[in-house]
Design a protein around this ligand. Structure first.
Ligand code: FAD
Ligand code: SIN
Length: 529
């Protein structure tokens, strides 16, 4: 079975849906998403979306904060593009129906988060992502040019490789013609041919045991792009959010938004002592890499399983009004945040690197774009500034849509792509082989490739990964396709990229900290300026 569309969009978060809405004026669009359309990281975004709205904030201040957080690895041109286009993208989200909170004076209410020198985070209480997804999906579902395929899993991108032509990582004119998509209900693999393809598959938090990311975040887009020989970069920079709710056994970990610290909440040890000023003058609102490392260090020192976030001294009615989701969640496990401190631990939260793209969101493969968390635009450098990712997705999906529509006549359908070959595959009846290997992988990554790394830990990780890579490739080749085996394979690919790039970085910078190289190298490695 096959399908032909002008634009194939893989992913239904902010990146995929905003692109789909833009290009739908120029041709037929198919949005493929592996779960229900709303089940995305976007839906769980709490704090909000950063943008310059009013004085005394300025583009220059937001640019400076982004560059500072990125620890000299941001691409300054990309930072300038993103920030100066921020206000326009916010206006567009509002035109599409997204509602952000306002103050009594009628101006948008702006929150403050770590590393921001001004209050500039637009929000919808503490469920901003849910509001954005609601508005975008409503538009997408009613658009006659957009077909939405829910519960469809993209397996691999189609390139010349599928025409029997050899391509390698050095090949310069790789072209993408579409993707093979599995419909798990029927077991059928659909060949979707398209002129322009967007990867908007989000992050890969599930490569770790503890993450704030939903189950869908298994790095599929990055793994697919890597297999198709696209350029990937900066994978060593994994952002651990300092404050996920300590609630053993809960998957994914519930996020306690940084906006709560922006509102005044303070980190304390289990003995009630403030500790952040030992590490940074900005205290509990220092950038995330610093706060996460400080908590990790305090926990290692004390042997405790968590630290506390104290909001008990803040006004109870304001807390409940501004953070209803956090309040209700904590209450559901017996913690009244107006009276009791919240136990928190760092958890894997955001993948800063990804598929390398240019200022139009174009990857190193022709006709293939990537935006959102799976992409590496150069905005974040070595560390993402809070609430800059929803913004980045909106800005680069807009840019990619403009480029894709302008150049669509240069691309043709490729009609001689073969159907998916399922010959010789047998049903894998032992799910335990997949579930156990996934746990093993997550444990390797959490124990050896976490907030603090060393050469020895990384070597252990890569040695162990090699074994599970071989076992899983063997199983994949023999088994009838299923989502779990594909996701495991993708997670292993992503883990490999994180470890390999961490091994190459002989310094500590931003989110990558190695006890063997505690200082930042003088000469910038991998600089994109
Ligand atoms: P997502 O929203 O994750 O969407 C990915 C899509 O790809 C999904 O539809 C998924 O089903 C689909 N997909 C993946 N693989 C496949 C496949 N193989 N086949 C088909 N479909 C596939 N950022 C901020 O800026 N501000 C915040 O306040 C904020 N809060 C956050 C809170 C939480 C708890 C989390 C987890 C993240 C938060 N972030 C925040 C980060 C931000 O939400 C994400 O970076 C952003 O939403 C990513 O959007 P996206 O469109 O790239 O991916
Ligand atoms: C948060 O609300 O703390 C998350 C913000 C982000 O990840 O940008």
């Amino acid at each position: 079975m096959h399908k032909k569309v002008d634009f194939l969009v893989i992913g239904s978060g902010i990146a995929g849906l905003s692109f789909a809405l833009k290009v739908s004026e120029y041709g037929k669009v198919c949005v493929v998403t592996k779960n229900l359309a709303e089940e995305t990281a976007t839906k769980y975004a709490q704090g909000g979306i950063a943008a310059v709205m009013y004085s005394p904030d300025t583009y220059e201040k937001h640019i400076k904060d982004t560059l500072n957080a990125g620890d000299d690895l941001c691409n300054e041109k990309i930072v300038r593009i993103t920030i100066t286009e921020s206000t326009e993208r916010i206006k567009e989200l509002i035109e599409w129906g997204a509602q952000f909170d306002k103050t009594d004076s009628g101006k948008y209410s702006l929150g403050k988060e770590g590393g921001h020198s001004e209050s500039r985070v637009l929000h919808h209480k503490d469920s901003t992502g849910q509001e954005i997804i609601r508005a975008l999906l409503q538009k997408v579902k009613s658009h006659p040019n957009i077909e939405l395929l829910e519960n469809h899993f993209t397996i691999d991108l189609i390139t010349q490789h599928h025409l029997g032509i050899d391509i390698s990582r050095g090949t310069t004119d790789i072209k993408c013609y579409g993707a093979y998509v599995l419909c798990p209900d029927s077991g059928e693999v659909v060949k979707v041919l398209a002129k322009k393809i967007l990867l908007a598959t989000g992050g890969a938090g599930n490569v770790y045991s503890t993450t704030t990311n939903p189950e869908i975040a298994t790095g599929d887009g990055i793994a697919m792009a890597y297999r198709a020989k696209a350029r990937i970069e900066n994978m060593e920079f994994v952002q651990f959010h300092p404050t996920s709710l300590y609630n053993p056994g809960e998957v994914p970990s519930f996020l306690i938004t940084e906006a709560l610290r922006g509102f005044g909440a303070i980190l304390k040890t289990t003995h009630g002592e403030e500790f952040m000023h030992k590490y940074d003058d900005r205290g509990s609102l220092a950038p995330r890499d610093i706060v996460a490392r400080a908590i990790d260090s305090e926990m290692k020192h004390s042997g405790d399983d968590y630290v506390y976030l104290d909001a008990t001294f803040l006004k109870a009615n304001e807390l409940i009004q501004n953070f209803p989701t956090v309040y209700a969640k904590c209450l559901s496990i017996g913690i009244d945040i107006t009276k009791e401190k919240i136990p928190v631990v760092p958890a894997a939260h955001y993948l800063t690197g990804g598929i390398k793209v240019d200022e139009h969101g174009l990857t190193s493969i022709k006709n293939l774009y990537a935006t959102g968390e799976c992409a590496s635009t150069g905005l974040h450098g070595a560390n993402r500034l809070a609430s800059n990712s929803l913004l980045e997705s909106a800005v680069f999906s807009n840019r990619a849509a403009k480029h894709a529509t302008k150049t669509r006549y240069e691309s043709n359908f490729c009609d001689n792509i073969p159907d998916w070959d399922a010959e010789g595959k047998v049903l894998n009846e032992e799910m335990v082989l997949i579930t156990q290997t996934t746990k093993e992988l997550q444990s390797i990554m959490s124990n050896y490739v976490g907030i603090v790394r060393s050469d020895l830990r990384l070597k252990r990780a890569i040695d162990r990964l090699e074994l599970i890579y071989k076992e899983t490739e063997d199983l994949y080749k023999r088994s009838i396709l299923s989502v779990p085996i594909c996701e495991l394979r993708n997670l292993i690919n992503v883990a490999y990229l994180i470890i390999k790039m961490a091994q190459q970085r002989k310094e500590s910078r931003g989110l990558h900290y190695s006890i063997d190289y505690p200082d930042k190298a003088e000469v910038k490695m991998n600089s994109r300026r």
